[in-house]
Design a protein around this ligand. Structure first.
Ligand code: FMN
Length: 668
């Protein structure tokens, strides 16, 4: 039985018999639960057998109070939004249900009807060019009369930038909307902030049009890709020819076939078990020719540019990645406001969420939004994902020429079917020749370092990263990060740090970062005892962003619930800055906050633990915090996350629904 199943069974027992137990029996059961392996060691006095979170009424919105009343009448099973249940209620879901994926059929976010939105032109005191046919409201008085009451007295955008661009539609408009419904501007502050460029990498209209009309000049990328593709293909053909000749000679001699290393010249053989790294070290005959060809092509590609001044390899920007703390790219949750929180907690390297190269090349606004960089992000990279050398190289040229980034990361770890089946993400690991073309071509158009994020391999027990790491060094990667699990494993097992160690040795002197299960400074210490040059933190940062402070100061921080709540307030303010302070901005901020809360609740306060540190895959029994707020923050109940969002962003709109997007927030 798995750890999670064990804990589930124990807790279920607790729920069913709760009414009939004496205090002594309850205590005994609590200890029994605690003694189970894989369960976080919470001090017995905090263990709660009745799992319903008790929250002071002051924290509850009117809607929540109504729901609470309803639940007292017996409708306890469903949470506030009717979407999720307490994790120990009812029979455990079948394997099929668990594997089904929660993000299918997720409820769609409710959107305000266009007639209830102000026309953007009117908002900015301009004339609307659509006139009568405009689908938005032009009636300012009606709009203001119907507008719900403000969510707070202070608008973060007005306070920080001297002007709130959401004008009268701002949900915190009291501070900057005059009695005549005009948007007040603090001119001095506004001018100062305009010149500062707090957020970089926005897509401007002219560039978007060029991309839409396919008028951007990708000559450099196209030329380099074609040249490198020809080189790789010629080498592969000559190797094939050579091998075939050898095979014929040998079969002519004594009938034996010769087994040769397939890794350099063809697709990585993912069907054979390749756990022994020594084979890579000894099969270096092709390595030498590889090194030669890479060097030669790099030189020719980088120095043959006639159109302008190009950087020679030794002039390109170098980054010393070693011993830096790296916040992993995190789709949906690793947004700019969250990265600002982590910067405040001491992280060194930040990276944007994975962006698809094809969408960037098409000038899609939503994809470009992922590439935005805040001024506090002093070592910042963008992560791109794609399948083909030409698209990825063009995307790199665009990033290199138009954006402010310190490095570009190639995603070769994404396991999801949608990406994998297109030959992107993790699939590149299984195509050695294509992988070489991709990395060398991308590298050839970049003036900043190229980094690569890998998994141990595609299939369980068939590790292939050790083949690829030395090659990536030769192809020009400046850093490789290895997530110590295969695509097939997802999060079902602990990351394999011994294997990461072996790969890091093979990659030297190129730095190799380890990634997987880091949740405390002790975990980082263990990581740095391997040959890895540093650690990348993913879920650990979502569960406790102050992990970076703990790692830097080498201590456990018994952070109070109030401090954690203040952190959420900061996040919400960053969110209103980033997504906007009008209705849509508030609801976007709420949605991303809820996604984050679906990880954050897993933090167990240090002061409650019998055994420090908390481990990432340990599931705690139900417990009470040292205050109502601490208890609320530890709730795994989706309805409680919504309550927290209401404490920060006011009541949810009617028919509000939420289901977390990522399955990785579950213990299994
Ligand atoms: C919510 C979530 C989103 C992720 N998004 C990305 C991503 O966009 N790009 C990527 O390379 N890895 C992504 N990952 C994988 C993580 O970067 C990391 O490799 C993995 O979670 C293992 O690290 P951990 O054990 O510290 O969580 C994501 C992981 C999670 C949990």
């Amino acid at each position: 039985m798995s750890t999670a199943e064990q804990s589930g069974t124990a807790a279920e027992g607790g729920n069913v018999k709760e009414e009939k137990r004496t205090p002594a029996e309850r205590d005994a059961l609590a200890r029994q639960i605690l003694d189970k392996p894989g369960i976080a060691q919470i001090k017995p006095e905090f263990i709660l057998l009745d799992h319903r979170i008790k929250i002071s009424e002051e924290f509850l919105s009117n809607k929540s109070k109504e729901k609470l009343e309803a639940s007292k009448d017996g409708n306890e099973g469903e949470t506030e939004n009717g979407a999720s249940r307490d994790r120990e209620e009812g029979p455990p879901p079948s394997k099929r249900m668990r594997l089904k994926g929660r993000n299918k059929k997720r409820p769609v976010n409710t959107k305000l009807h266009n007639s209830k939105k102000m026309c953007p032109a009117v908002l900015h005191a301009q004339e609307c060019r659509f006139g009568e046919s405009c689908k938005f409201s032009h009636d300012i008085k009606k709009f203001m009369a119907e507008k719900p009451t403000d969510l707070g007295p202070v608008c973060i955008n007005f306070e920080k930038f001297g002007k709130c661009q959401y004008g009268i539609s701002c949900r915190y408009g009291k501070s900057h909307i005059s009695e005549e419904f005009e948007n007040i501007i603090n001119e001095d502050l506004y001018k100062e902030m305009q010149s500062r460029k707090v957020v970089k990498n926005a897509l401007y209209k002219e560039l978007q049009h060029k991309l839409w009309k396919k008028k951007y000049d990708f000559e450099k990328a196209n030329r380099n890709t074609a040249q490198i593709q020809t080189e790789v293909r010629t080498r592969v053909d000559s190797e094939k020819f050579h091998k075939e000749g050898q095979r014929l000679t040998n079969s002519g001699n004594d009938g034996e076939t010769v087994k040769t290393e397939t890794c350099d010249s063809s697709s990585v053989d993912t069907s054979s078990k390749t756990d022994n790294c020594s084979s890579v070290l000894t099969s270096s005959d092709t390595e030498m020719s590889d090194v030669g060809s890479t060097k030669q092509s790099d030189a020719s590609v980088c120095l043959s540019d006639a159109e302008g001044i190009r950087l020679r390899p030794q002039e390109k920007k170098l980054i010393d990645f070693s011993n830096k703390l790296y916040l992993a790219p995190l789709t949906t949750v690793g947004n700019l406001p969250f990265r600002r929180i982590c910067k405040g907690m001491g992280v060194d390297i930040t990276c944007c969420e994975m962006a698809l190269a094809t969408n960037i090349l098409q000038g899609q606004m939503s994809e470009w939004a992922l590439l935005k960089r805040h001024e506090t992000e002093d070592l910042f990279g963008v992560q791109i994902c794609g399948a083909f050398p030409d698209t990825l190289t063009r995307c790199c040229q665009l990033i290199n020429d138009e954006l402010s980034v310190d490095f570009v990361d190639l995603n070769c770890g994404c396991p999801i079917d949608l990406v994998f089946k297109k030959g992107e993400g993790c699939a590149l690991m299984g195509k050695s020749n294509k992988f070489e073309q991709v990395v060398r071509s991308m590298k050839s158009v970049l003036d900043v370092p190229l980094t690569v994020k890998l998994r141990t391999g595609i299939f369980d027990n068939k590790n292939i990263a050790h083949y690829l790491v030395p090659k990536l060094r030769r192809w020009g990667a400046s850093l490789v990060t290895i997530h110590g699990r295969s695509r097939e494993q997802r999060y079902t097992r602990m990351a394999d740090w011994d294997y990461i160690d072996e790969c890091a040795k093979l990659g030297a002197p190129m730095p190799v970062f380890g990634n997987g299960d880091l949740l405390s400074y002790e975990d980082l210490d263990a990581c740095l005892k391997t040959s890895a040059s540093g650690g990348m933190v993913a879920r650990g940062a979502l569960i406790k962003p102050w992990i970076f402070t703990e790692m830097k100061e080498r201590r456990h921080w018994d952070i109070s619930a109030n401090e954690r709540f203040d952190m959420l307030k900061n996040y919400v303010n960053f969110g209103l800055e980033h997504w906007g302070s009008d209705h849509q901005g508030v609801e976007n901020t709420r949605r991303f906050l809820l996604e984050w809360l679906s990880f954050l609740y897993r933090y167990i306060p240090v002061g409650l633990l019998d055994q420090v540190p908390q481990k990432i895959n340990e599931r705690p029994p139900f417990y009470v915090g040292r205050s109502d707020l601490e208890t609320l923050l530890s709730s795994s109940n989706c309805g409680d996350w919504i309550k927290i969002s209401e404490m920060l962003l006011g009541p949810v709109p009617e028919e509000f629904n939420f289901l977390p997007k990522h399955k990785a927030n579950a213990y299994k």
